[in-house]
Write a protein that binds this ligand. Structure first.
Ligand SMILES: Nc1nc2c(ncn2[C@@H]2O[C@H](COP(=O)(O)OP(=O)(O)OP(=O)(O)O)[C@@H](O)[C@H]2O)c(=O)[nH]1
Ligand SMILES: [Mg+2]
Length: 300
C-alpha cells in the first residue's frame, strides 16, 4: 500500500436508464451490476470496488430515482436510490444526452445541499459534439458551479478523465475491503441478478417488473457449480409467458444466464430454473423481506 493511499465511496445516482450500472461496470472493469434497455432494472444498492496500488474506490450503484411509489417494492427502490447520499465522499449524478428533462432537474436540486457533486453526462456517443455543447450550457444553468463530465460508459469515451477526477476527490484513508474483493454482494445474489437481467431483456412491457428471482441451492463442487433458482411471478397468467411455448423461453433464459455465470466464476455451471406464483409479492413487506428487499440488507 502506497503512502497517501486513498479510499472513498462514490454514489452513482440519477433517473432510471441513464447508464449508472453500465458506468460502474466500465469503471471497475467487471460486470457486477446488471443492465438492460428499460428503466428500473437495478433494485438494490450494489457496491463495485476498484482497488489499485494507490486507491480503493467504492462505487455505489443505485436504482433510478422515480416518482412511482405505488407498491412496497417501489418505495424500497427509492429508499435505496438516495439513502447513502449523506455518507459518501462524492455523488455522481448521471444524465443522458437525449433525455435531459424536468426529472433530472429535480434530482440536481435534491443534491444542492451536498458539497461534492459531479455531473456525468452520459451517452455522448448518441449525439454530435455540436449538439452536446448547448446541452452542457443548459445543465450548467440548472446546476451553477458544478463540474460536468461528458462520457460514454458504453463506448468507453472520456472515462479516464472521469476516473482521474473521482480519484482526486477521495480522502486519504486505509482500504475498507480486501484488495481482491469486487463487490459487497454474494455470488448467490449476483447469480439471481443475472437471471433477472435475462428476463428483463427477453420479456416485453410490464412483465419484468412483476418478477423476482430467488436462489434455492448454490453448491460449489470441484468441477461444477450447481444452482437451482426460482422465478417468482405475481399472476397465474404470467407463469406461462415466462415458461414460453414448450418451455422455449425458460430454456433460453437458462442458457444465457448459465453462460454469464460461468464466465464470472470460471467454473462449469449446472442451472435449474423453476417458475412459481406468489400473488402480490411486490406489495407485501413479508415477501419482500424474504426475497432480500430489506433495508437491513443494504446498510453498509
Ligand atoms: N449509446 C449508449 N448507451 C448506453 C450508454 N450507457 C448505457 N447505455 C445503455 O443504456 C441502457 C441502460 O443502461 P443501465 O446501465 O442499465 O442504466 P441504469 O441507469 O443502471 O438503469 P436503472 O438501473 O434502470 O436505473 C442499456 O441499454 C445500456 O446499454 C452509453 O454511453 N451510450
Ligand atoms: Mg442500473
Amino acid at each position: 500500500m502506497s503512502e497517501g493511499f486513498k479510499t472513498g465511496y462514490v454514489a452513482l445516482i440519477g433517473k432510471p436508464n441513464t447508464g449508472k450500472s453500465t458506468l460502474m461496470n466500465a469503471l471497475i472493469g467487471e460486470k457486477i451490476s446488471i443492465t438492460a434497455d428499460r428503466p428500473q432494472t437495478t433494485r438494490h444498492q450494489i457496491l463495485g470496488i476498484k482497488t489499485t496500488e494507490d486507491y480503493q474506490c467504492i462505487f455505489v450503484d443505485t436504482p433510478g430515482i422515480h416518482d412511482n411509489n405505488r407498491k412496497a417494492i417501489h418505495r424500497y427502490m427509492n429508499r435505496a436510490a438516495t439513502s447513502m447520499l449523506a455518507d459518501v465522499d462524492l455523488i455522481c449524478v448521471l444524465l443522458e444526452v437525449k433525455k435531459f428533462n424536468a426529472d433530472d432537474i429535480k434530482i440536481l436540486r435534491r443534491t444542492e445541499e451536498f458539497e461534492n457533486v459531479t455531473i456525468v453526462l452520459n451517452k455522448i456517443d448518441q449525439v454530435s459534439k455540436q449538439a452536446c455543447l448547448p446541452l452542457m450550457q443548459k445543465i450548467a444553468d440548472c446546476a451553477p458551479g458544478r463540474e460536468i463530465v461528458p462520457v460514454s460508459a458504453l463506448k468507453n469515451q472520456n472515462l479516464d478523465r472521469l476516473e482521474a477526477l473521482i480519484i482526486a476527490r477521495l480522502p486519504i484513508a486505509v482500504p475498507v475491503f480486501p484488495n481482491d474483493q469486487l463487490t459487497d454482494k454474494s455470488m448467490r445474489f449476483i447469480a439471481a441478478e443475472i437471471i433477472r437481467e435475462k428476463l428483463f431483456r427477453s420479456l416485453t412491457q410490464e412483465l419484468p417488473y412483476s418478477l423476482t428471482v430467488s436462489i434455492d441451492h448454490y453448491n460449489e463442487e470441484s468441477d461444477m457449480t450447481r444452482i437451482s433458482a426460482t422465478i417468482w411471478v405475481e399472476r397465474k397468467s404470467h407463469k406461462g409467458i415466462v415458461i414460453g411455448k414448450n418451455g422455449s423461453l425458460l430454456k433460453k433464459i437458462g442458457t444465457l444466464a448459465r453462460e454469464d455465470i460461468q464466465r464470472l466464476i470460471g467454473n462449469k455451471v449446472y442451472l435449474q430454473l423453476w417458475v412459481k406464483l406468489r400473488e402480490g409479492w411486490a406489495d407485501d413487506e413479508k415477501s419482500l423481506a424474504a426475497f432480500g428487499y430489506s433495508d437491513a440488507d443494504q446498510s453498509h
